[in-house]
Each structure stands twice: as structure tokens, then as C-alpha cells.
Design a protein around this ligand. Structure first.
Ligand SMILES: [Zn+2]
Ligand SMILES: [Zn+2]
Length: 291
């Protein structure tokens, strides 16, 4: 028998309210507003109480025409993929230069296996096996496979920009913007991506000196645990941080409004539900297709 979490007891009703499937009418309103705000035409999200959500066309559009474009709510790069691709931590486009991407990949493949296998747990060993077989197969084991590894100086000159590969100017990538919090973990394609990520969730998850996390040590241990076990925890942490920051902004706006007549705890809960809304609207019904 598992032990009962004290939070489940103390905040049982609040947790039920947060996890409740949104009413069809509210979900319909939410998606209608979203499509209206994005100035899209030609598509509609239809919310069905029985079957869940479905997207349908309600106007004709041409082949290749953009019908809907929206900002991704949250995303996270898999830790193994981080070895291969150096991307913006907010919009996930490649950053730096082709030479840097290639040099970094070869560099990490040479050193990354041991860097990622510091733990003596069986899980970590499992990760190494996976990495050897998939992302790291060709180069990390190049020595043992009889291939000649690239000289260190070549790898360095790829990474520092001294070695330019043919035609790479045809594939220029955005410059790298470091995280303003100083974590050296998050990098961006632009100042606007860095600021958006900071405001949306990274300020509470940054391990840098300007982090707004209430307990940097606890955050560090959480990140280490997530990286050693399952990095879906990091995506979940982003969802929680996003909700906390949205809640704080809503609360600030509410207090500025100065409506003292309302009951404090009721307002707190309704603001929290509003902050959580984009997450709750992602609720999926199980949908079975017959083939
Ligand atoms: Zn970006
Ligand atoms: Zn940071």
C-alpha cells in the first residue's frame, strides 16, 4: 500500500477541481476564442461531450495555404537529443552554425558517454546502452570500431568558427543568446525567445544565479533526478512553473483592480483555474478508431 501524500488530503477539493474534465461549453468557447485570436479562417475545433475534440474545415482553402499557426504551449528537448542538436530552448530551432553543430556533436560523442554515465545506478547504465546503440553508435565507439577519430584541433576549430565548411553560408543559423539567469543550460535563437521563456517558465527552473526558484538546491536535485530517471518530469515541471507564473500575473492584475468585496480563497482558486486553463483544455478523451 502506498502512503497518502499530505497534500492530497489538505487540498483534495482543489486537486479534483484542477483535474476535472472541462465542460464542453467552456472548452468550445476556449477554442473558438483561440482561433479568433490567431486570426485563422477555415478551421474549427468542435468539442463533443461524447467523443472529445475534433478539428474540421468549415471553409475552402488552397493547397499549401497556412490555416493555423500557434505558439507551442510547452516543449522539452530529450536529454539524449541534446547531445546531437544544439537548439533554441524556447522555439527549438537550430542555433550557432553548421560547423558548431557538427563540431559539438563529434566532441560530445567522444566525451559525452562518460559524462552521461557518472551514476552507478542500473538506470544510468541502461541509458548508456541506449545511447551507444542509437545516437552515439558511429562516432563514440569509433576508436574501438577501428575508425580514425578526428584530431582534437579540427573539432576545436569547427566549434570556434576557424574552420568553415563548404557552402555552410547557404545554411546560416541564428546567433546564440545565453540565458539571462546565467544557468549555461538554456540557449536561445534571439533575445525575444530568451525573454519569453524566462517569463513563461524558465525563471522558476533556471539553475543560474538570477533564478527565481525558492530553493535552488531542491531544484538542482529535482533536475538531477529527472535527468537520471525520466526527463518527462522536466516537461511536467515546465507546466507547473507556467501555471504558477500565470497565476501570479493574474493575481497581480486582480489586486490592481482593487475588488475587495470578494472572498480571498474563492478568488485564489478561480485565478488558479484560469491560469491552469490552457493545460486543462489539453485534456483528451480516449478515442477508439475502428479499422
Ligand atoms: Zn528561439
Ligand atoms: Zn537559465
Amino acid at each position: 500500500m502506498g502512503s497518502i501524500c499530505p497534500f492530497d488530503v489538505q487540498f483534495g477539493n482543489e486537486i479534483i477541481a484542477l483535474l476535472k474534465t472541462p465542460a464542453s461549453r467552456l472548452a468550445q468557447e476556449y477554442f473558438d476564442n483561440l482561433i479568433e485570436k490567431r486570426k485563422c479562417r477555415g478551421i474549427r475545433v468542435k468539442v463533443d461531450g461524447e467523443l472529445g475534440k475534433g478539428v474540421s474545415a468549415n471553409d475552402a482553402f488552397d493547397e499549401g495555404e497556412l490555416v493555423f499557426k500557434d505558439q507551442m504551449l510547452l516543449g522539452s528537448q530529450h536529454s539524449i537529443n541534446k547531445m546531437d542538436c544544439f537548439v533554441c530552448s524556447f522555439c527549438f530551432r537550430f542555433i550557432g552554425s553548421i560547423e558548431f553543430q557538427i563540431g559539438r556533436r563529434i566532441y560530445l560523442q567522444g566525451y559525452g558517454v562518460s559524462a552521461n554515465c557518472h551514476s552507478d545506478s542500473s538506470d544510468a547504465e541502461g541509458d548508456c546502452t541506449l545511447m551507444d546503440k542509437s545516437a552515439l553508435g558511429e562516432c563514440s565507439t569509433s576508436g574501438s570500431m577501428g575508425k580514425t577519430p578526428l584530431p582534437k584541433e579540427i573539432i576545436e576549430s569547427l566549434m570556434d568558427g576557424h574552420l568553415v565548411l563548404p557552402y555552410s553560408e547557404m545554411f546560416s543559423l541564428p546567433s546564440v543568446f545565453p540565458c539571462a539567469g546565467g544557468c549555461e543550460e538554456a540557449f536561445y535563437c534571439s533575445k525575444s525567445c530568451a525573454e519569453s521563456d524566462w517569463e513563461m517558465c524558465h525563471s522558476l527552473l533556471c539553475l543560474g544565479e538570477k533564478s527565481k526558484a525558492s530553493s535552488p538546491r531542491a531544484l538542482y536535485e529535482f533536475m538531477e533526478h529527472a535527468n537520471d530517471t525520466n526527463d518527462i518530469f522536466i516537461l511536467a515541471a515546465k507546466a507547473i512553473s507556467y501555471t504558477i507564473l500565470r497565476y501570479k500575473n493574474l493575481k497581480e492584475a486582480y489586486l490592481k483592480g482593487g475588488d475587495e468585496a470578494c472572498n480571498g480563497s474563492t478568488i485564489d482558486m478561480s485565478l488558479l483555474l484560469e491560469a491552469w486553463k490552457p493545460m486543462s483544455m489539453g485534456h483528451k478523451k480516449r478515442y477508439l478508431l475502428g479499422f
